[in-house]
Design a protein. Structure first.
Lengths: 100, 214, 489
């Protein structure tokens, strides 16, 4: 078992934890953190799995940098929306969906 | 009802993780070796560091779009933060202010170094921009920089300038036959130009994501 | 220098940034001029693709024979390629063709409302750049970036100047779209790990030769993530509040185009690299699609609010797109049906949201009951709504009719009788919700005490009408679209 594969396995676990978190948690900040956990998991799989034979590969490393910037953008957007919701409704949880 | 739903989902997620890990262990070695192609074309890429070469040359188009995503996020932050109220600065703490006055010039220096180092070792525009953004946030927290209101024209140019430079270079290089096709002899200079412009804009954007919300 | 592939992506990015720098007034003019040029570029590209000769549609809809643009001059798999075939050309034409009238509509709709929509124009620019880049992409990781560009721009437009309900809808949409793209990206990571490349052209033969379990998981993750982004039943929960709550021009862009982008990607992957794995699960999207048609239509019939009715109708109409998957065969009928449905529904739904936007603007209310008697005040708008309804119901000679006709033909060719029943009952249910609105507008007399109609703007009414007319007339030019769908350069 190489270091790359260890990273990839950790990534797989983080990803599933993150997805479950986004789906199950109520507090918006927790859900945003869970989304980041999910993203980090994917990045670990991307670099770890590609370099499982032990030789460095710059292509997935560059992809992860791109992915991190996209994740930063998405996180900032989510935080801005969460704050706006807090200003308007006074809470950090989404209301139950109305039927109509 | 709810605990049952949670339990099912957690069990399903664990089963999925186990399946995924087993599948990853069973993978044969990959067929295509891109690392070798990158190494083979490094001398035509205009930079000495493979990750920078992939980011700004081989897969530079991804990077172009990704700066677009970041700028877009800033626009959304601006759109959902109405600006009637305030923009006050945080409370002034003398010790923090003194530390900030010492740290910020050093951070500017570090950002310049990171930008330059990107050509031959880990570093580059993002890392440098992140340090610049952090410097602005530090100044805000120390009460030395007010939160930002709706951006003035000058600030808008600063935020969008890096992206525009990148776009303009990409479009101009269509004259070479393809988007972002750097002529090998000019590649180094053009990449440095893009990275320098991006560093400033990324610093402002990352600072803006914090300061427009504050 | 005038390569349409590159400029279709660069141009919206340029005017999006320009609109941000210049502010909403001049930004709007810049945006409209930009989209007009993009429409011309899309036509130029379609002509180029169409001139390249045709093959039986579907059978050759692979990226291998498309018009290519190797970014950076490196070529896949080291660099990133852009590629355009008939399906790409149709999607690009639809996108610019829907966007141009909608932007003219938006300029009138948002007039005098400058603070609220300061960022509408730059966000639209990024959204359109995202679409064009997505349709042209031939690289799985690049596709991820374009998916995020489209998704985040769409979320931003839902949230723009929002009330608490709109922000909540935007957040729900954001989490759905982020989980969707996260699953997609994990799929990409597994594929890169398995083969060492993410270029679709390079991948296709490799997946055909050998697909280990990790690749099958990757395919499943990507399909699931994209179905979530396309709001296929039962993942549709985020769509009605997001599309029903946004301002009318935004709802129109979202319902007409955004959900089609992820569908396009499913279709592209399904007929491309994942074709060898797809047959085993082809019934799943079709079953979910049938459920979407019935459930979405039923909710549209029950909806109290006008925009919710139109949004639920989107859930239903998306269902038709997923019926094609078990039918994708050598005759190419199913692919033509899918392409035709995307075009017809895109135009019709843009028209319908625009018409509803005018109705709400004029009556000042958003309930189906409040349009009573509106027909005498706004005949053009109601006519537009009716024409768009004709397309959704699938009556001749509309584009919707042609799409459903092709779909039924494909289903019969493979003996799938149950699908014909679903398609026909979907059309009947659509008739019920469309006539619910028309009946109010034409037959019922307004309660004068409650209703005070504002003046309507002719430009808005005629833009809605133009889109609706296009959705019907596209049926008459249907054979050209069908031919283009099968074109290879």
């Amino acid at each position: 078992m190489t270091t790359g594969l260890i990273f990839a396995c950790a990534g797989a676990i983080l990803f599933t934890m993150g997805v479950a978190g986004v789906m199950l948690l109520d507090h918006l900040l927790r859900r945003i953190l869970a989304f980041n956990l999910m993203g980090s998991g994917v990045f670990l799989v991307l670099v770890g799995l590609a370099q499982r034979a032990g030789n460095p590969d710059p292509v997935p490393q560059a992809m992860v940098i791109t992915g991190i910037v996209v994740a930063v953008a998405a996180t900032a957007l989510a935080l801005a929306l969460a704050r706006r919701l807090f200003t308007l409704s006074g809470g950090y949880t989404l209301p139950e969906t109305p039927d109509d | 009802m709810k605990p049952l739903k949670h339990l099912t989902l957690i069990l399903a997620a664990s089963a999925f993780a186990a399946l995924l890990i087993a599948a990853m262990f069973a993978l044969p070695p990959p067929t295509v070796n891109l690392a070798a192609s990158v190494a083979a074309d490094m001398d035509r890429s205009g930079t000495a560091h493979p990750v920078t070469a992939v980011l700004l040359n081989f897969r530079g188009y991804d990077t172009l779009l990704e700066i677009g995503v970041l700028l877009l996020a800033l626009l959304v932050v601006l759109a959902v933060s109405p600006r009637e109220q305030h923009a006050g600065s945080a409370a002034a703490e003398p010790v923090l202010q003194m530390l900030a006055r010492i740290a910020v010039p050093l951070m500017l220096l570090a950002a310049g170094y990171l930008l330059w180092a990107g050509a031959y070792r880990p570093g580059g525009a993002f890392q440098a921009g992140a340090v610049l953004g952090a410097a602005a946030v530090l100044l805000f927290l120390a009460g030395l920089l007010p939160g930002w209101n709706a951006p003035t024209l000058r600030l808008r140019w600063g935020l969008a300038g890096g992206f525009l430079v990148f776009l303009a270079v990409a479009a101009a290089l269509l004259g070479q036959g393809a988007l972002l096709r750097y002529p090998p002899e000019a590649a180094g200079a053009l990449i440095l130009l893009i990275e320098a412009a991006l560093t400033v804009s990324l610093g402002l954007i990352l600072a803006g994501l914090f300061l427009f919300l504050s | 220098m005038t390569d349409p592939l590159a400029w279709l992506i660069l141009l919206p990015l340029f005017w999006a940034t320009g609109a941000f720098l210049l502010g909403p007034g001049r930004g709007a003019r810049l945006a409209i001029a930009g989209v007009a040029v993009q429409l011309w570029l899309a036509f130029a590209l379609a002509a180029k693709v169409g001139a390249g000769g045709t093959a039986p549609a579907g059978s050759a809809a692979s990226m291998g024979t498309a018009i290519k643009h190797a970014i950076g001059g490196w070529g896949a798999p080291l660099g990133i390629d852009l590629a355009a075939d008939g399906l790409t050309a149709v999607m690009l034409l639809l996108t610019q063709g829907v966007a141009l009238p909608l932007l003219l509509f938006a300029r009138g709709y948002f007039a005098g409302d400058s603070a609220a929509v300061r960022y509408f124009w730059p966000l639209t620019g990024f959204l359109l750049a995202g679409f064009n880049a997505l349709f042209l992409a031939a690289d799985l990781f690049n596709l991820y970036v374009t998916l995020e560009l489209v998704g985040l721009a769409a979320v931003g437009m839902v949230a723009m100047s929002g009330t608490a309900a709109q922000i909540a809808a935007a957040l729900r949409y954001l989490f759905a779209t982020l989980i969707g793209s996260g699953m997609y990206l994990l799929g990409v990571a597994l594929i890169y790990g398995a083969y060492g490349t993410v270029s679709i052209v390079t991948l296709t033969p490799l997946v055909n030769a050998d697909a280990p379990t990790a690749v099958k998981i990757a395919g499943g993750l990507m399909l699931l993530g994209l179905m979530l982004k396309t709001a296929l039943f039962p993942f549709h929960y985020w769509l009605p509040p997001a599309h029903g709550g946004a301002p009318a021009p935004v709802s129109a862009l979202l319902s007409a185009l955004v959900v089609k982008a992820s569908f396009y990607l499913i279709l592209r992957l399904w007929t491309g690299p994942f074709a060898p794995l797809a047959d085993a699960v082809a019934w799943l999207p079709a079953l979910l699609g049938s459920a979407a048609i019935l459930w979405g239509s039923w909710q549209a019939i029950r909806a109290v609010r006008l925009k919710m009715l139109v949004a639920w109708s989107t859930v239903a109409q998306l269902g038709y797109l997923f019926l094609i998957f078990p039918l994708l065969g050598a005759d190419g009928l199913a692919l033509q049906a899918g392409g035709m449905q995307v075009v017809a529904h895109g135009l019709a739904k843009a028209a319908m949201f625009a018409a509803v936007g005018v109705l709400i603007h004029v009556t000042g209310r958003d309930a189906v009951a409040d349009v009573a008697g509106a027909a005498s005040r706004m005949p053009v708008t109601l006519f537009a709504f009716g024409l768009a309804g004709v397309t959704l119901m699938g009556l001749p000679p509309s584009g919707g009719f042609l799409a459903k006709w092709l779909l039924i033909e494909a289903a019969l060719a493979q003996g799938q009788w149950w699908m014909v029943a679903v398609i026909l009952s979907g059309g009947l249910l659509a008739a019920v919700y469309v006539f619910r609105v028309l009946r109010q507008a034409f037959l019922l007399v307004p309660n004068e005490r409650r209703h005070r109609f504002a003046k309507s703007a002719p430009l808005l009414e005629w833009m809605a009408f133009a889109l609706a007319a296009a959705s019907v007339l596209v049926g008459l030019r249907g054979m050209e679209i069908v031919r283009l769908l099968g074109a290879v350069a």
